[in-house]
Write a protein of this length. Structure first.
Length: 99
């Protein structure tokens, strides 16, 4: 299952992004899966307080066939303008905290 990880700064710009493949497949017969992945991100900052502005976004990259299947079952997704970022935390987004 292909997925992506993006680092988004306080202005909403993507400052870093990577794409990965998790080692499981979803299907109508098996709609859930799990995978544990390890990755490292480097965040530029001059003061520790700068880190509060970053967000980490993680999402699946479905195939066109999977998108069509989901749209038939649930209807079309509501989209926001490209590059816009909500101020609310959503599923798949997490705040970045220093170690």
């Amino acid at each position: 299952m292909p997925y992506f990880v993006r680092v988004i700064d306080s202005s909403g710009a993507v400052v870093q992004g990577q794409e990965f493949t998790a080692d499981f497949r979803l299907s109508p017969a098996n709609p859930r899966g799990a995978s544990q992945e390890e990755l490292s991100l480097r965040l530029p900052y001059s003061q520790i307080s700068d880190l509060a502005g970053y967000r980490i976004a993680v999402g699946l990259k479905p195939t066109q066939e999977e998108l069509n299947y989901n749209r038939q079952r649930r209807g079309p997704a509501v989209s926001r303008p490209r590059g816009s970022v909500s101020g609310r935390r959503s599923r798949g987004a997490a705040r970045c905290a220093p170690r």
